[in-house]
Write a protein that binds this ligand. Structure first.
Ligand code: UGA
Length: 433
């Protein structure tokens, strides 16, 4: 069975390499020729642990290839995974124009029965539009099926997430499509949940929004902890011991960013509004998340009072560790505010600095540093914005010596307050004294 994967973003690239690793013959395709050239040489355009190796291995094995000829890839394949972007439009809805474009390409090249699989995160009912578009534009009445197989990989651990999934959701409306997808994921037969298409589409949005709710919930609890003697880390630990709640995704901090949660919770709100369902719960969670930057900056001001002409080291720019992705990263909002206030910034991130330079080019006020010790030199304060392991391993005694004022405002609760204070730092974190 030949599989075409359309789109080589995070999801498409990992899906193509992962399906090849499962033993299928896969053609990855994207209209961006420069990207295809790079990937064909076994180089991923994004930083994602293990991805380069997986690409190289399967390219060398001969069952994975990439082409910018999308039409040819569609004609050759029996199954087409649609992995193009569904970015947010100006109203907060998912912009479906790329999906529609792909559906038209599929229609034009429908030379035999094919299963068209939605892998991108799409609003419930998208499959009906895809079906309609293919039906309208195909020549003749060549049969096809649409299916939904949402992806749950996380950036930073995308490869292991894809190769060892917790669950595989297969939304179908015919036995033929079900059998095709079950065969593709044969080795995970015990983890496959077959549903109708609307259900599969909704599982993805419902999962991401639930995780976002969980994060906003613990951040609201952190606000209560900030005004009492309670410690949010301990509260989360105590809550998490109840298996009905679980320990994961109860890390208080600067809130959720990235290309998924902020966009997906907005999209689900719009879906609810369009369907006449009260989604106030999601709106509140979104509001709690948006408030994070302001509350963090209040702490910075509490420590430094006036920010003008203060030298501030910002450690971490990526929206989370182990990625170079800065989409919806809290660092962007924080840097923007600090620049407005007249602070001088020294930025450091192990992977995301090149991406950040596109938003904040180096200037007298915004300087990029080669390593963390350079960033903290003569600083009036350090702000921890992303919890890279590299920061946990810093020699804090040396850091203290290098700084002008030993102040740390930790937005990710990276450090233990007591030992840090013992070293002579003034230390502020989230929901802890
Ligand atoms: C998320 C989901 O976890 C994946 O299952 C899903 O496939 C993906 O979106 C997607 O829809 O494509 P991702 O955005 O890569 O994955 O990253 P997460 O690890 O979920 O983190 C999202 C954000 O939440 C980060 O900004 C992170 O710092 C924050 N977060 C996470 C917290 O603030 N607290 C936590 O306890 C956990």
């Amino acid at each position: 069975m030949k599989i075409a994967v359309i789109g080589t973003g995070y999801v498409g690239l990992v899906t193509a390499a992962g399906l090849a690793e499962f033993g299928h013959t896969v053609i990855g395709t994207d209209k961006d020729t420069a990207k295809i050239d790079l990937i064909s040489r076994g180089s991923s355009p994004i930083y994602e642990p293990e991805l380069d190796d997986l690409l190289k291995k399967n390219l060398a094995g001969g069952n994975l290839s990439f082409t910018s000829d999308v039409d040819a890839a569609i004609r050759e394949a029996g199954v087409i995974f649609v992995c193009v972007g569904t970015p947010q439009d100006e109203n907060g809805r998912a912009d479906m124009s790329q999906i529609e474009g792909v559906a038209r390409s599929i229609a034009r090249n429908l030379n035999g029965y094919k299963v068209v699989v939605e892998k991108s995160t799409v609003p419930v009912k998208t499959s009906e539009w895809i079906k309609r578009v293919i039906g309208l534009y195909r020549r003749g009445d060549t049969p096809f099926d649409v299916a939904s197989n949402p992806e749950f990989l996380r950036e930073g651990s995308a490869v292991p997430d894809f190769l060892e999934p917790d669950r595989i959701i297969v939304g179908v409306e015919t036995d033929r499509a079900r059998d095709t997808l079950v065969k593709i994921y044969e080795k995970f037969r015990d983890r496959i949940l077959v549903t109708n298409i609307d259900t599969a589409e909704l599982i993805k949005h419902a999962s991401n929004s639930f995780l976002a709710l969980k994060i906003s919930y613990i951040n609201m609890i952190a606000d209560l902890c900030d005004r009492t003697d309670a410690d949010v880390e301990k509260v989360a630990q105590g809550m998490g011991l109840d298996p009905r709640i679980g320990r994961q995704f109860l890390k208080a901090g600067l809130g959720y960013g990235g290309s998924c949660f902020p966009k997906d919770i907005q999209a689900l709100m719009k879906i609810g509004e369009d369907l006449g369902v009260d989604v106030g719960l999601l709106r509140e969670a979104d509001g709690v998340n948006r408030a994070r930057t302001g509350l963090f900056l209040d702490k910075v001001k509490k420590a430094l009072w006036i920010l003008k002409n203060k030298r501030i080291a910002v450690l971490g720019l990526a929206f989370k560790p182990e990625t170079d992705d800065i989409r919806e990263a809290s660092s962007i909002r924080i840097i923007r505010e600090l620049v407005k206030e007249g602070a001088t910034l020294r930025l450091y991130d192990p992977k995301a600095m090149e991406n950040m330079k596109e938003i904040f080019p180096p200037s007298p006020q915004v300087d990029y540093c080669m390593e963390p010790y350079q960033a903290v030199q003569d600083a009036n304060a350090i702000l921890v914005v992303t919890e890279w392991e590299e920061f946990r391993a810093l020699d804090l005694a040396r850091v203290r010596e290098l700084m002008a004022n030993p102040i740390i405002v930790d937005g990710r609760n990276m450090f233990d307050p007591a030992p840090v204070r013992k070293l002579g730092f003034e230390y502020y974190s989230v929901g802890r004294k």
